[in-house]
Write a new protein. Structure first.
Length: 91
């Protein structure tokens, strides 16, 4: 399953790149650099499409996996469901 996780966006090192910060379940931000084309804009919010590994019902959260390592060294972390939207993958 793929979801969009709300993120903060900043300019990247190149025109086509963006730096994003994704809040984890506890509010700490995981930072990565990505190509701007990956981002989805819905209203005034920006979302990063990401794969769900596990849904944890008791905490209303998802365990997600980044496509590459975050600046912190993490690949996987939990995010709150309330900060996500469903994403459809085109076939």
């Amino acid at each position: 399953m793929m979801i969009g996780v709300e993120c903060e966006v900043r300019p990247g090192l190149r025109e086509s790149e963006r730096g994003i910060a994704i809040p984890d379940y506890h509010g700490r931000k995981e930072r990565i650099r990505i190509e701007a084309d990956y981002l989805r804009h819905v209203g005034d919010k920006t979302y990063f499409p990401i794969h769900v590994i596990y849904e944890h019902e008791p905490t209303n959260s998802y365990l997600v996996e980044l496509p590459f390592e975050a600046d912190s060294g993490k690949w996987r972390f939990f995010v709150r469901k309330e900060n996500t939207i469903p994403i459809e993958i085109p076939r």
